[in-house]
Design a protein. Structure first.
Length: 116
């Protein structure tokens, strides 16, 4: 059974940076898409960034120019580099990997808190 393990969350001051990592354990033949979502208290889970197997990326408007998603299909890892962090970026961040022809797999989430 495939599991995703996220790391890299924490508490940083506004303007700081964090790098989130997500690694998949188990067998995944091929990955269709990799993505990061976030859920703030009292809000619905929202897409932050996505990366397709062809290398195209999608970013939510609030994070454009500040966040960057990258991934390695062979290593089954996905990274979210977050710069110029703002208090409104505070949320639990979840990675999601969609295997080719399979159902999406979610990580357990990692807390990101931006506060002075």
């Amino acid at each position: 059974q495939v599991q995703l393990v996220e790391s890299g969350g924490g508490l940083v001051q506004p303007g700081g940076s964090l790098r989130l990592s997500c690694a998949a354990s188990g067998s995944i033949f091929s990955i269709s898409t990799m993505a990061w979502y976030r859920q703030a208290p009292g809000k619905e889970r929202e897409l932050v960034a996505a990366l397709t197997r062809y290398g195209s990326t999608t970013y939510a408007d609030p994070v454009k120019g500040r966040f960057a998603i990258s991934g390695d299909n062979a290593k089954k890892t996905v990274i979210l580099q977050m710069n110029s962090l703002k208090p409104e970026d505070t949320a639990i961040y979840y990675c999601k990997i969609k295997p080719l022809g399979g159902l999406p797999i979610w990580g357990q989430g990692t807390q990101v808190t931006i506060s002075s």
